[in-house]
Design a protein around this ligand. Structure first.
Ligand code: GLA
Length: 682
């Protein structure tokens, strides 16, 4: 049974991408051909209007969508839906000329010149008024159009603005956060240090590059404010569309491991999660399987932002991008693999930037479904069309969801705070990488984790890993304690629970906020290692004897007051003989603490133990194989992806392969970059 949760009017998965007919208005022959080619490639949706403001409104107040309406109608008549963008990602020259406040100021507070894109001030009242006018007109014209699927708000929100308007807004935001009490802010930011005390909120600047930028609380609050500011702008656009009669769902396209804003916060205010996926396969530093696993982590992160519905892969490159130092084409088969990986991980769409390659300007050499040659027989076109046909074969997975029992905690505040802390070694903090390595270890056991925030909903999980959870938000110590007490398996590491949400060190020992009792230990020192340092730990067997040794890199903590079971001890240097990995029974569950950084694969026994304690079935997968599962009410769909460039046999797989129509009996063999979608009744 097909159930399209995102777009009930669409039968099956979406296949399409960014389409810019405004570049070809003087070529009706091309516009006509585009539709034929799209149909041939199995394309059923386009995203239009992303940067079309200057076409919509060539001079101030002179708004017309006469160019767009017939194109949208024609696409719809041909079975192709439209995702319509608000055009605010780039501004017409007249706007910046007349309203310079629309242009962003850089980190020195200096105003940018007109040009490029994504450089607007989200708080400029003049800019907002122009946005209100164009968005209202768009919604009045196109809301409820039968071909309109959703609203795409602006494009790839990002960056910070240091203008005076934003400075003022920051001060107001701080006053609200600290109850209009400057002493409360001074306390939270520990401003007696270096005479940084403020007398009033209006003395506070953004962290200018040539100003105050070493008050950790200020830096973090600036990032929180900038998240709020971008979200506030996005909400303003959504509210404008809604007030003008738009009822369709909204999205905005996120980016890979995006750093500037907290997507957990932003996502509360949009209907559908989408992101732009630009992997770099066949690179010269990483195997394809390792590289694609990083993508897989991104998919998991974005899937987990709204776990009760599929997400969208809003953009990806047909063939090649043109903005990297080296722009290498996807080898045959890779396009299919990358696209299917998104679907496997929970996307109900495969979308591209771009459908037709532009003739000039900076993206004229970026991959596209339709190349300058304009034919249906290019390698890329054929691969896209073949994928289009495959997506139809699996359309029954539309609307199915994952059902994962393992989660990794991942917080934007924590990322920012770790990177900003004057501690450890700047080159090896690697918070993101650490989370990814934990993800990879579970994936190698055929267990797919979600990625959730510490403030998120943990109720569906039995195993949670909270690596390097340096910042403990209010109530998280208690939340972790309750999770473990109720039977959860929780693993944490060095550099956890050091500070509260204001970045003030927890007093009374780390991990703070009561977690010392949950883990049955306290940490006294964290030592930073040079890459050349040779430190190791010994894993102990069941009789507490040394079983084998594994290397430690980057960080090691000295533990004290350990009442937990000791699973490993340091071998050498001044921590020799002290606990390195522990397990504490707490209530019905277990709290594991890994006090030093190791390769995750070296401590696989921990993962196995947590999964076994939680009754989660796992199987070690062959190297290069990814497995993802999606569930309908009565079926389970297992996606097997061969991310390596060699054929791989996987034993223990049975069921119907939807792509080949063949029954698989206990052994599945996948060719290089091969994919199988195995259906089984629940
Ligand atoms: C981003 C943008 C697109 C395009 C692509 C190129 O994702 O959203 O407009 O520039 O990059 O890869």
């Amino acid at each position: 049974m097909k159930k399209n949760i995102l777009f009930p009017q669409v039968n099956g998965l979406l296949h399409g991408g960014d389409y810019n007919p405004e570049q070809w208005l003087d070529r009706p022959d091309i516009l006509k051909k585009d539709i034929e080619l799209m149909k041939e490639a199995g394309i059923n949706s386009v995203t239009m209007g992303v940067f079309s403001w200057a076409v919509h409104e060539p001079t101030e107040g002179n708004i017309s969508f006469d160019w767009l309406a017939p194109i949208m109608d024609r696409l719809y008549e041909n079975g192709i839906y439209t995702i319509l963008a608000t055009p605010t990602g780039a501004r017409p020259a007249w706007l910046d000329e007349k309203y310079p406040s629309a242009m962003r100021c850089n980190e020195m507070g200096v105003r940018n010149h007109h040009g490029v894109r994504h450089n607007h001030c989200m708080q400029s009242p003049e800019f907002r008024e122009k946005v209100r006018i164009i968005d209202t007109a768009l919604a009045q014209k196109f809301a409820n159009h039968p071909g309109l699927l959703m609203w795409h708000i602006s494009n790839e929100f990002g960056g910070y603005c240091y203008c005076d308007t934003c400075r003022k807004k920051f001060q107001e935001w701080l006053a609200k956060r600290y109850d209009h009490d400057i002493n409360k802010l001074n306390k939270a930011w520990w401003t007696t240090f270096w005479s940084h005390t403020f007398n009033s909120f209006d003395q506070i600047d953004p962290p200018y590059a040539n100003g105050e930028n070493c008050v950790m609380g200020l830096n973090l609050d600036w990032k929180r404010f900038s998240t709020w500011s971008a979200t506030d702008f996005m909400r303003f656009e959504i509210d404008t569309l809604r007030s003008a009669g738009a009822n369709e769902p909204t999205t905005t396209n996120y980016m890979e491991m995006f750093y500037d804003y907290d997507y957990h916060y932003m996502s509360q205010f949009i209907d559908v999660i989408s992101w732009d996926n630009y992997p770099e396969p066949h690179n010269n530093w990483q195997s394809d399987e390792a590289h694609l696993l990083e993508r897989s982590f991104n998919h998991a992160l974005y899937r987990s932002l709204k776990p009760d519905q599929p997400f969208m892969m809003m953009e990806s490159a047909p063939g090649v991008v043109n903005w990297r130092p080296y722009n290498k084409y996807r080898r045959p088969g890779m396009h299919n693999l990358i696209s299917m990986q998104a679907v496997a991980a929970g996307s109900d769409t495969v979308q591209y930037f771009q459908i037709r390659k532009s003739r000039g300007s900076s993206e004229q050499w970026h991959g596209a479904v339709i190349d300058h040659i304009g034919t249906n027989d290019t390698r890329i076109f054929k691969e896209v069309a073949s994928l289009g046909a495959d997506l139809k074969k699996i359309d029954e997975i539309t609307g199915t969801l994952s059902d994962n029992k393992v989660a990794i905690l991942f917080d934007w505040d924590n990322r920012w705070a770790i990177d900003d802390a004057w501690a450890l070694a700047n080159d090896t903090k690697n918070y993101d990488k650490t989370c990814m390595e934990i993800y990879n270890e579970f994936m190698s056991l055929g267990v797919e984790p979600d990625i959730v925030s510490s403030n998120g909903d943990w109720s569906r999980y039995k195993v949670i890993c909270a690596p390097m959870l340096y910042v403990l938000q209010d109530g998280i110590g208690e939340k972790i304690a309750e999770f473990v007490e109720a039977g959860g398996q929780l693993m944490s590491t060095y550099f956890t629970g050091y500070v509260n949400k204001d970045l003030l060190a927890n007093l009374g020992g780390f991990p703070g906020d009561g977690l010392d009792k949950v883990f049955g230990l306290r940490s006294e020192e964290i030592d930073t290692l040079y890459p050349e340092d040779e430190i190791s730990i010994s894993i102990l067997d069941k009789t507490d004897k040394r079983s084998h040794s594994i290397p430690v890199h980057d960080y090691q903590e000295l533990l004290r007051d350990v009442t937990a079971d000791v699973l490993a001890k340091y071998d050498n240097d001044y921590m020799a003989g002290t606990p390195a990995i522990t397990r504490n029974s707490y209530g019905e569950g277990h709290a594991y603490y890994v006090a030093c950084r190791t390769n995750q694969n070296d401590i696989e026994f921990l993962y196995r133990e947590m999964l076994e304690n939680a009754n989660i079935v796992y199987t070690k997968l062959p190297v290069g194989i990814e497995k993802h599962s999606r569930f309908s009410e009565d079926c389970r769909y297992d996606f097997y992806l061969n991310c390596s460039d060699k054929p791989v046999a996987i034993s223990g797989v049975s069921g119907l392969d939807l792509l080949t129509g063949k029954d698989i009996d206990k052994q599945l063999t996948l060719e290089k970059y091969g994919v199988a979608v195995i259906k089984n009744k629940l």
